[in-house]
Design a protein around this ligand. Sequence first.
Ligand code: BV8
Ligand code: ZN
Length: 254
Amino acid sequence: MTDPIAQAAALLRKAQRIAVLTGAGVSKESGVPTFRDALDGLWSRYDPEDLATRQAFQQNPRLVWDWYEYRRQMVRQAQPNPGHHALAQIQARFPDFTLITQNVDDLHERAGSHDVIHLHGNIAQSKCFDNCRGDPTLIDLATLDYDVDDGPPRCPHCGGWVRPDVVWFGEMLAQDLLMSAYEISEKAAVMLVVGTSGLVTPAATLPKMAHRAGAKLIEVNPDTTMLSSIAHVHLAGPSGEMLPRLMEALSDNA
Ligand code: BV8
Ligand code: ZN
């Protein structure tokens, strides 16, 4: 059986528990650039790893806020692509299926996926920089009277900065989400790893944990990555093409 799609479908069909880890690559065909892409136009001179940090925000709140406003706008205008929809369809077929994402967009939810674990937060949400009312002190921007061009607004409770509700480099991930992700990865029979370079930790440890615990990994990525050596099957192509074909193969032998 050489066809990797058929191989992947056969693995999924036999699996009791399925875990999925997605990265920026799954949103690329929706027009949301990945971190590895040189960000286009006005942001191309910045490295995301330099902007997505507390230090960058404290040094230049206006610059970092504008970068997130720009990306929020891009996500609002983006539509889920066939890869997002295929993952939602696969979730509907398997009772024990968990989608873990590194992405901060809501394209999985807008395609119909549910109970998604967002390891790195949600770009559409904002919170008080000082979490003055507990972590996270979420703030609804719609309730604030501020001009989006004036940089970050102020927290209505403490007057501190408002910031995006995402995990910056050097910040801890939400421990409860991380513990669930570890548990799900260790129990999975199959883990689909879609559109991630496997460079960012601790997210990148999830496929390694799954593999060590005996899971079969199916990697969906046009390139080879840090995780390719532990993948059982590599669907070498864009997720917007590969995942619908995988879904089709699953439906063929219904
Ligand atoms: C932590 C939210 C610990 C923000 C993100 C050295 C110095 C400092 C820190 C570190 C260091 N070494 C390691 C670290 C830790 C650091 C880290 O991993 N750094 C990396 C850069 C080496 N990690 C952290 O800081 C984490 N926290 O470790 O805390 C700690 C301990 C104690 C006390 C305090 C702290 C926090 C990590 C979370 C960072 N936040 N996002 C925002 O979005 O603005 S991560 C961000 O980058 C994205 O969310 C995403 O997760 C990640 C990018 O990774 P990918 O998703 O994989 O995307 P990428 O662009 O890399 O790859 C895209 C892939 O898609 C490619 O493989 C490509 O081939 C493929 N592709 C392209 N097209 C398609 C496709 N695939 C399918 N279909 C296509 N069409
Ligand atoms: Zn506050």
